[in-house]
Design a protein around this ligand. Structure first.
Ligand code: AFP
Length: 343
């Protein structure tokens, strides 16, 4: 492989047996569909894309935006010649059946982060490819059974992050040639960094271990971690993951005590499974706080799961706070030492 190599050449080198040929065809098809989605997003209102509600809602009750539905149509059309047994889409209540004897099935979120479209922010397409076993119901295996996964980030560049089970590679769209070209090979998550991403407005809804971790970060060099941290929250999973692959850190969307958020907001089959596979393949970790996300098996297509992923040291710290609450340094109240609010 070399920098600048096209995605199709990269995939050709992978396609050495029927299942891998099907994986290569699926990735190439999703990539082709993503080029069309990228152009639509880039045109925005000029192409009638405004992020406005489409009038429908998905299985989880999320209001569907015009581009959610259009992106799903594009991906389904792109996959028409790919040998899949079933498709699971965020935008569809039920599975889309294909050829039961096909070697793979695919779960995907055609447009993640769609609430950001009208604000001209980064969105993406996420996909997970699993082996199909004739006679076995699709999507009933743990996430560790995935054979490929990745996502497209529609940002300043349109880039495809891909794992075929042997590391993570990143391709950027060459808009003139309309092909993806390899820009980063065997990507690894930087280990020790000081950045965390969480929707801090939910602080009062979190379980104690999450509060403990975030409060430690906020305490910074005045607290038990003795170092300052930085925070990001983009509201678009693909952008958070791409940043972590670039400069490390940790992303948290935990379960919380809001009604319906006991397992967080993200969906297992087409968000947390694929992102966890990518993160582990890049030398990071992905957990619910109590267990490895890739050990989870979906009971329903749109099942949610907590997601805590990124640099291993941060994920392990958060898991420790779940298993050993005494590891928390709650004894040092946030402002006591500085006397900032000393009474
Ligand atoms: P939308 O697709 O509805 O915009 O949700 C995006 C998302 O699933 C994920 O991409 C973000 O990380 C997360 O939701 C943001 O959730 P909050 O809006 O609760 O912060």
């Amino acid at each position: 492989m070399g920098q600048g190599q096209t995605l199709s050449a990269f995939l050709d080198s992978h396609a050495v047996d029927p299942q891998r040929k099907a994986v290569a065809a699926a990735v190439a098809a999703i990539a082709a569909g993503s080029i069309e989605i990228s152009e639509l997003i880039g045109q925005g209102a000029l192409a009638g894309i405004t992020g406005a509600a489409h009038g429908g809602s998905n299985a989880d009750g999320d209001v569907q935006k015009d581009l959610d539905v259009k992106a799903d149509e594009i991906i389904v059309a792109a996959l028409k010649d790919v040998p899949y047994a079933a498709l699971a889409s965020e935008e569809s209540d039920t599975l889309l059946d294909g050829d039961p004897s096909a070697p793979i099935s695919i779960a995907y979120d055609p447009l993640d982060g769609s609430s950001n479209i009208d604000t001209n922010m980064t969105v993406g397409t996420i996909f997970s490819i699993i082996p199909n076993q004739p006679g076995v119901k699709p999507f009933t295996a743990p996430g560790s059974c995935q054979i490929a996964a990745g996502f497209v980030v529609y940002g300043p560049q349109t880039s495809l992050v891909l794992t075929l089970g042997d590391g993570v590679d990143i391709f950027t769209l060459d808009r003139k040639a309309k092909v993806y070209r390899l820009i980063r090979e065997r990507v690894t998550v930087p280990a020790d960094t000081a950045e965390y991403a969480i929707n801090a407005s939910n602080h009062r809804h979190w379980e104690q271990p999450i509060r403990d971790f975030v409060d430690e970060c906020i305490a910074g060099s005045d607290g038990p971690r003795a170092k300052d941290f930085n925070m990001r929250w983009i509201g678009s999973l693909v952008a958070e993951v791409y940043r972590i692959l670039t400069r490390g850190g940790v992303f948290l969307y935990p379960g919380d005590n809001r009604p319906g958020y006991g397992n967080g907001r993200l969906r297992l089959l087409y968000e947390t499974h694929p992102m966890s596979f990518v993160m582990e393949q890049a030398g990071g970790a992905a957990s619910t706080g109590r267990e490895r996300v890739l050990d989870l098996t979906a009971k329903t297509i749109h099942q949610r799961s907590p997601l805590i992923m990124g640099s291993i040291d941060k994920v392990k710290r958060i898991e420790l706070l779940h298993t050993d609450p005494s590891a928390a340094s709650r004894s040092a109240p946030l402002f006591a030492r500085r006397g900032l609010f000393r009474v």
